[in-house]
Design a binder for this molecule. Structure first.
Ligand SMILES: C[S@@+](CC[C@H](N)C(=O)[O-])C[C@H]1O[C@@H](n2cnc3c(N)ncnc32)[C@H](O)[C@@H]1O
Length: 285
C-alpha cells in the first residue's frame, strides 16, 4: 500500500502543532509505556478474531498494531495509520510484515479513501489529541467499516488530573497547563466520557462500554512509568514556558517538585480509561 506524504501534518488552521507529544523520543516513550497484557485484554474485549481486516487508527510506533495482529492470525490483515512520518517509518522497519501488517501515513482528520473497508477499527489514545475534530474523525472511521463491523474507541478521562497529594503550586500549575493544552494544543483531557455519545450519534448498534484503570499508582512505581511521566512533564515544561517561568524556581523547580511528588510512595494516582464499541448498522436495518 502506498503512503501519502505529510505536507499537511502541521495544520496551522486548527492548532499550533499537530501532535502535542511530538519529539525525537516519542516512539520510544510509546513503546516503553505500552502494557502488552493490558492491550491483549482490551483486544479480547473489543472482539478481534482470526481472519479479520482491521484498521489501527493512530497506531504510533506499531507495537500495539503488532499485538492486535496476534488476534487476527491466521488470514487476518491489519493496517496501522498515523500522521507522523517518523512513527510510520519506525513501524514499517520494526513491525511491517508483507500482506499481514502494513502502515500508512495519513491524517485521520481527513477522509480515508481507497483503502477498502474493515471488519473492525480500533482507535486507542488518538482522539484525545484531536479535541476539535474528534467527532469528525469518528465519522470518517465509520465510513470505512463494513456494515455489521465494529468501531472500538479507547481513551482516557480526567487525563493528568487525578493526582493526590499535590502541593498548591504544583496543583495550580498542572490545572493551568491542562487548560492551555485544551485551548492551544487541541488536547482533550475529558475525551473518555464522550466516546459513547460519538458512537450513539453515528447510529451504532449494540454499543457496549467498559471502564478500567489505565494507571493506578500507589507505593513504588516502576522505571517505565517514571520514564513516561518524566517525558510528559518535560514536554509540558517545554511547550508552556508562560506557566513554567512563573512557577517557583521555574522549569527546574517544576520538574523537581513533580518528581518528588511522583517518586513519593505515599502518592496515589489513577487514570480512568473508557472503551466503547459499537456495530455499524446494515443499510435499512
Ligand atoms: C498516544 S499515541 C497512541 C499510539 C497507539 N495507538 C497506542 O495505543 O499506544 C497517539 C498517536 O496518534 C497519532 N495521531 C494523533 N492525531 C492524529 C491524526 N489526526 N491522524 C493520524 N494520527 C494521529 C500520533 O502521531 C501518535 O502516534
Amino acid at each position: 500500500m502506498s503512503s501519502t506524504t505529510d505536507p499537511e501534518l502541521i495544520d496551522k488552521t486548527t492548532t499550533d502543532i499537530a501532535y502535542l507529544m511530538e519529539n525525537d523520543e516519542e516512539a520510544l516513550r510509546l513503546e516503553i509505556k505500552t502494557d502488552i497484557e493490558a492491550v491483549r485484554d482490551e483486544a479480547r474485549w473489543c472482539g478481534l478474531k482470526p481472519g479479520m481486516r482491521v484498521l489501527d487508527a493512530g497506531c504510533g510506533p506499531g507495537l500495539v498494531t503488532s499485538i492486535l495482529h496476534e488476534f487476527i492470525k491466521p488470514n487476518g490483515f491489519i493496517l496501522g495509520v498515523d500522521y507522523s512520518t517518523k512513527r510510520v517509518e519506525y513501524a514499517n522497519k520494526k513491525y511491517a510484515n508483507r500482506n499481514e501488517i502494513e502502515f500508512y501515513l495519513h491524517d485521520l482528520r481527513k477522509p480515508l479513501k481507497d483503502i477498502g473497508t474493515f471488519d473492525l477499527i480500533w482507535a486507542r489514545f488518538v482522539l484525545e489529541y484531536n479535541k476539535k475534530e474528534a467527532a469528525e474523525i469518528v465519522k470518517n472511521l465509520q465510513s470505512i467499516i463494513r456494515p455489521g463491523g465494529l468501531l472500538c474507541l479507547l481513551d482516557l478521562d480526567y487525563n493528568c488530573l487525578t493526582h493526590y497529594e499535590l502541593s498548591k503550586p504544583l496543583e495550580s500549575a498542572l490545572f493551568a497547563i491542562i487548560g492551555i493544552l485544551e485551548t492551544k494544543y487541541n488536547f482533550d483531557p475529558y475525551i473518555g466520557r464522550k466516546l459513547y455519545s460519538y458512537l450513539f450519534d453515528i447510529n451504532c448498534e449494540k454499543i457496549e462500554s467498559l471502564l478500567k484503570a489505565h494507571h493506578l499508582f500507589y507505593g513504588k512505581v516502576d522505571e517505565n512509568q517514571i520514564f513516561n511521566w518524566t517525558k510528559k512533564v518535560e514536554m509540558a515544561a517545554h511547550r508552556l514556558p508562560e506557566i513554567i517561568s512563573v512557577y517557583p524556581k521555574g522549569k527546574e523547580g517544576f520538574i523537581r517538585d513533580f518528581n518528588s511528588f511522583f517518586l513519593n510512595p505515599r502518592r496515589f494516582s489513577y487514570t480512568p480509561m473508557i472503551i466503547c464499541k459499537g456495530a455499524k448498522p446494515y443499510p435499512f436495518s
